[in-house]
Design a protein around this ligand. Structure first.
Ligand SMILES: [Zn+2]
Length: 90
């Protein structure tokens, strides 16, 4: 009878242990999947909502408006991706 109870206790502990390990594995797998779903998210933060993509007048690169150099010329604004491009067009 005692042997039976010990066996039961051991199997309950074993199940609890396996469940804990499995949930830990599932959690880390989920996190890994979420990181895979968003490539480059860590290196390049997503542009704020409402940010428009603008084309560099010099080289044609598209970038969020907030990262571009803006030049107001009368009516329309023109955008450059870098100071180098701004110099090239000037
Ligand atoms: Zn450019």
């Amino acid at each position: 009878m005692i042997k039976y109870l010990i066996g039961l206790l051991v199997s309950i502990l074993a199940v609890a242990f396996i469940r804990a390990v499995t949930s830990l594995l599932m959690k880390s797998a989920k996190e890994a999947l979420q990181e895979d779903a968003k490539p480059g998210a860590a290196s390049a933060p997503p542009p704020e909502s409402g940010t428009r993509l603008r084309k560099c007048k010099s080289c044609g690169t598209f970038a969020p408006e907030t990262r571009m150099l803006r030049q107001s010329t009368g009516g329309a604004d023109i955008f450059f991706c870098s100071k180098e491009c701004e110099k090239k067009e000037a």
